[in-house]
Design a protein around this ligand. Structure first.
Ligand code: SF4
Ligand code: SF4
Length: 394
């Protein structure tokens, strides 16, 4: 049922937000693609961003690929498609927007899928910053999704004015800092910790909800610096922390060894060392970071998606409060889950493409229903929309 047929008076403010998202999802592709030449349209529609399933923490988006900062723990140089010097992503900003709007896994608007820049490059590397700014601008203005970026770089004055003009809500900056003492050995070409902290402070003073990205924690090496790192962050107006574990491969272990980094503790925590990326055991280290944050009245988050949720003031799209990853941050996702009747849920399910919707039951954490065309894509989209687990019953 279309929104007009349903009648705006029946909607609560929260269901109106859901209808806005669905409505824009249904027409964004057509509107963005209007007047675009055939070559551009084809390039956008066959691109990775048009078909890829979001990962944990949202949809990873690329304004560039590759990095030459030579951080010893980095997996980017050894992935086949990301090896080599950084190169700007080939899509124009409008093609990028069309690709995302055409991706059947993605719900647009502030309520929609979280977009994450920085998984296969540093988005503010000097060779990529221009494209990043253009992509972020179009993502905010046209699609409206929450965006997160992780960086170690220090953007130029020109790019700082981009941040001055960007709406603060729905932007989650993660400034990566894993060491204040060993950065020359661990991150030889990245800007110094003090430069990164200055950037974080500037963003924070502009009103962004900046988080310190403490990833990876390297046991036996950087875990000994946690207190100093947190004190530095706090003194630079950063009061949110996201911690993450180290992922190793044979090459990463070799590079760490060659750089004189003690790796005994890393190896003790590794299930295996192979060509595949494998996270090492870090639960105790993350708990320790959480305790240190508490002592300093800082907000500790277990997942990057929670930082986007907190910055946007919407419930986390990964439902972290339902799966044991909630650290009780001030966002209180559980209080932001939209109230929903089964008839509203039924109409919204039909609007996103579910066929022959029947038996809709809505609870605070789950929507159960029966549809004629169940698929993981529809389940994911409905989960994002309702901020509940969605079960398609047989
Ligand atoms: S800055 Fe990021 S992407 Fe670049 S080498 Fe370091 S960890 Fe990898
Ligand atoms: S309330 Fe919990 S689940 Fe929600 S963003 Fe905060 S830590 Fe994450």
């Amino acid at each position: 049922m279309a929104r007009e047929e349903k009648g705006a008076s029946e909607m609560t403010p929260t269901t109106r937000v859901l209808w806005d998202a669905v409505e824009w999802m249904c027409k964004a592709r057509e509107e963005i693609g209007e007047g675009m030449d055939e070559t551009s349209t084809k390039r956008a529609l066959k691109d990775y961003h048009a078909r890829r399933r979001p990962r944990h923490c949202g949809m990873t988006v690329h304004s560039g690929i590759g990095c030459d900062n030579k951080c010893v723990y980095c997996y980017v140089p050894e992935m086949r498609f990301t090896a080599g010097v950084p190169r700007s992503y080939p899509l124009s900003p409008r093609e990028f927007a069309l690709a995302l709007a055409s991706n059947p896994w993605i719900l647009p608007t502030r309520w929609g899928t979280f977009l994450a820049f920085g998984s296969v490059a540093d988005p503010f590397h000097p060779l990529l910053a221009e494209k990043t700014v253009d992509y972020m601008r179009v993502a905010k203005a046209v699609l409206g999704n929450p965006i997160q970026f992780s960086t170690k770089m220090t953007p130029t004055q020109q790019h700082m004015s981009f941040f001055e003009n960007l709406p603060r809500e729905g932007v989650s900056p993660l400034v990566t800092l894993v060491t204040v003492k060993r950065h020359r050995a661990l991150e030889p070409k990245a800007p110094s910790p003090s430069q990164r902290l200055e950037f974080a402070e500037k963003l924070s003073k502009m009103g962004y909800r900046v988080a310190l990205f403490l990833r990876p924690i390297i046991p036996g090496v950087t875990d000994r610096e946690i207190s100093d790192i947190l004190d530095e962050a706090k003194s630079h107006s950063v009061d949110v922390v996201v911690a993450g574990s180290l992922r190793i491969t044979e090459n990463i272990v070799e590079r760490m060894r060659a750089s004189g980094i003690a790796i005994n503790e890393v190896l003790k925590r590794a299930k295996r060392v192979s060509k595949r990326q494998t996270p090492i055991y870090s639960r105790d280290l993350k708990k320790m970071v959480a305790r240190e944050c508490e002592k300093r009245d800082m907000v500790y988050l277990d997942s990057a998606c929670c930082a986007t949720a907190l910055a946007t003031e919407v419930p986390c799209i990964e439902l972290c409060w339902l799966v044991g990853r909630c650290t009780g941050c001030p966002n209180k996702c559980y209080e932001k889950v939209p109230e929903l009747s089964s008839s509203e849920a039924k109409e919204l399910l039909a609007a996103i493409g579910c066929e022959e919707v029947s038996k809709v039951e809505v609870a605070s954490d789950t929507v159960r229903t029966r549809i004629a065309n169940p698929s993981p894509q529809l389940a994911y989209l409905a989960k994002t929309l309702f901020r509940r687990n969605v079960v398609f019953e047989k």
